[in-house]
Design a binder for this molecule. Structure first.
Ligand code: ZN
Length: 237
């Protein structure tokens, strides 16, 4: 089991760690600052450095409880001490994007009562979210964009907590976002609470307050079918 430091502190950029396994698909450390791909958020990229060597990490994935760093070139040896460092600018943009998406889902639920059915983001500040909605007009897109930016500008704090499973399953906000679908073995459940905007179980990395997201544009709306509408957003800057 890799200790995942970003789960408690998304602002850690590097850490020292020990190589515990080198497999066909990459390097496993005892602890890491790298985020493993999941929940619509891409895996981190960066470097592993050690005495006399350096490897580029091109992606990070999960394998059971392990975090696997996919590397380009020679890997360090098992037992070696390495410095693991993420590409911070890229990760910070992903944190801003992830917090923007959760805020978007909160605004759309509050204003239109619509639930989220899926979401995804890339490292360019672009993201999409799918909603259980029959209509999504241009007027609605402009209205959502204005309200979303209004909420973000309030610089609401973003809290990370670990709730006992029984408590999470009894929380109305978490029920709305389908906390019951999380496997029984997950306890406690990690919760991201964007104060006053959105609260949901989530494994991703987020900024500490919404002001850090900046301004978001709604760039596209699409109909993918009945009760299936998609909204694309883009971070400015
Ligand atoms: Zn999320």
């Amino acid at each position: 089991m890799t200790e995942q430091l970003c789960s408690e502190d998304a602002y850690l950029r590097s850490c020292d760690a020990t190589v515990v396994d080198v497999r066909d698909d990459g390097v496993v450390l005892d602890r890491t600052v790298f985020y493993a791909r999941g929940g619509g958020q891409p895996g981190d990229t960066g470097t592993l450095r050690w005495d006399g060597g350096l490897a580029r990490v091109t992606d990070t994935v999960k394998a059971g409880g392990d975090v696997v760093h996919q590397v380009d070139g020679d890997a360090p040896l098992v037992g070696q001490t390495v410095t693991a460092e993420i590409d911070w600018d890229r990760r910070h943009r992903l944190m801003r994007t992830h917090t923007a998406l959760h805020s978007l889902s909160g605004v759309i639920f509050r204003e239109y009562g619509a639930k989220v059915t899926g979401g995804n983001m890339d490292d360019t500040g672009s993201a999409r979210m799918d909603f259980e909605l029959d209509q999504m007009s241009q007027d609605m897109a402009r209205d959502v964009e204005a309200k979303l930016n209004e909420e973000l500008a309030k610089n609401q704090p973003v809290h990370v907590s670990f709730l006992p499973r029984v408590e999470a399953l009894a929380d109305p906000d978490l029920i709305r976002t389908k906390v019951n679908l999380i496997p029984d073995s997950v306890d406690p459940i990690r919760v991201i609470d964007i104060e006053g905007i959105d609260k949901q179980a989530d494994g991703g990395t987020h900024v500490k307050a919404t002001g850090e997201v900046g301004t978001v544009r709604v760039v596209k709306t699409e109909s993918k079918g009945k009760a299936f509408k998609r909204m694309r957003i883009q971070l400015e800057g």
